[in-house]
Ligand binder design. Structure first.
Ligand code: A3P
Length: 316
């Protein structure tokens, strides 16, 4: 029963057994077979690793620091969420429509949540920006002909943040505490965590893949911004980079309606007293883990890092 947390049923896909709601099965082939253009830009990650933050950074770097357009068009419209509609089954759709009856201004937002993201991507002019949490093995085999930016975060912080996200989603049907969530972490969509991260890590030296760590961005955003600029062949002055870093600070981000997901509250997907851009800290997991969970996490991390040279900045 625990695995049926917020879905009709979950399925395990691909040789690594990634977990998804059943609806993903209908979408997997459409995504795997979608067209890849060399100008496409993917921002991808395991959930709650700093995806939104990285998306805004990448979009601005690629689009000549066009703050005006970035403020007018919500990030969710600038970047279709490839597998996002897998959460919108018929009953969810009905609930959304019922909840927004008579509210014409929300109709377009609901359409964008419900419509196949591949369709949305196909309608976009180039460069097309794509958000996904899918691991490389479930993306089009030619995806590395596009530009891909992966962001990884200490799994303990990502999972605490994931718990808060689930807690904030109206249709998630999870009333447990963090300790319970921790025990079912491997049954959350896009898990197992380490396979997701390691697939990208293995490709980190590929010329079309840039691998970032959330912790590095927190510690020295300027350096990460410069890496993104180099990756996309963009040159900006020190002042321009300083302005971009300021735009991306946690406080500015939290108050920026174009990126802070308040839209989800507007259409009734998210509780109004919860925040998508929540704390923005590293190491916050310590407040949530008791001794037993800390030991479990140590073991889990140790076992999964044994066969790789992946090392997290927060663990050095
Ligand atoms: P917390 O829940 O720990 O605060 P994603 O976009 O992948 O879902 O990641 C969400 C996490 O990134 C959240 O973590 C959120 O607060 C954090 N985040 C978003 N914008 C940020 C920013 N500008 N600076 C630092 N962290 C940010």
């Amino acid at each position: 029963t625990i695995v049926a947390r917020n879905h009709d049923e979950i399925v395990s896909i691909g040789p690594k057994g990634y977990i998804f709601p059943r609806k993903f099965r209908e979408m997997a082939a459409e995504i795997y077979n979608m067209e890849v253009k060399p100008t496409d830009v993917y921002v991808f990650s395991y959930p709650r690793s700093g995806t939104t933050w990285t998306q805004e950074l990448v979009w601005l770097v690629v689009n000549d620091l066009d703050y005006e357009t970035a403020s007018k068009i919500p990030l969710t419209d600038r970047y279709p969420f490839l597998e996002g509609p897998m959460f919108i089954n018929d009953s969810t759709k009905q609930k959304l429509l019922d909840g927004n009856k008579g509210n014409e201004s929300n109709a377009k937002d609901i359409q964008n949540v419900v419509k196949s993201a591949v369709e949305l991507v196909n309608e976009m002019p180039s460069p097309r920006f794509i958000k996904t949490h899918l691991p490389l093995s479930l993306l089009p085999p030619k995806a590395l002909e596009a530009k891909m930016v992966y962001v990884a975060r200490d799994p303990r912080d990502a999972i605490v943040s994931f718990y808060h996200l689930i807690d904030s989603m109206k249709l998630a049907n999870f009333n447990g505490d963090f300790k319970q969530f921790w025990t079912i972490k491997n049954y959350q969509s896009w898990s197992p965590y380490f396979d997701n991260v390691k697939e990208a890590w293995e490709m980190r030296n590929h010329p079309n893949l840039l691998f970032l760590f959330y912790e590095d961005m927190k510690k020295d955003l300027k350096s990460s911004v410069r890496r993104v600029c180099d990756f996309f062949g963009k040159k900006y002055s020190d002042d321009q980079i300083a302005k971009l870093c300021d735009h991306l600070t946690f406080d500015n981000f939290k108050n920026n309606p174009s990126v802070n997901f308040d839209l989800m509250k507007k259409i009734g997907l998210m509780h109004t007293d919860k925040e998508f851009v929540r704390k923005g800290k590293t190491g916050g997991w310590r407040e949530y883990f008791d001794e037993e969970m800390t030991a479990e996490a140590d073991k889990w991390i140790e076992e999964n890092l044994r066969d790789t040279d992946l090392r997290f900045p927060s663990m050095q």
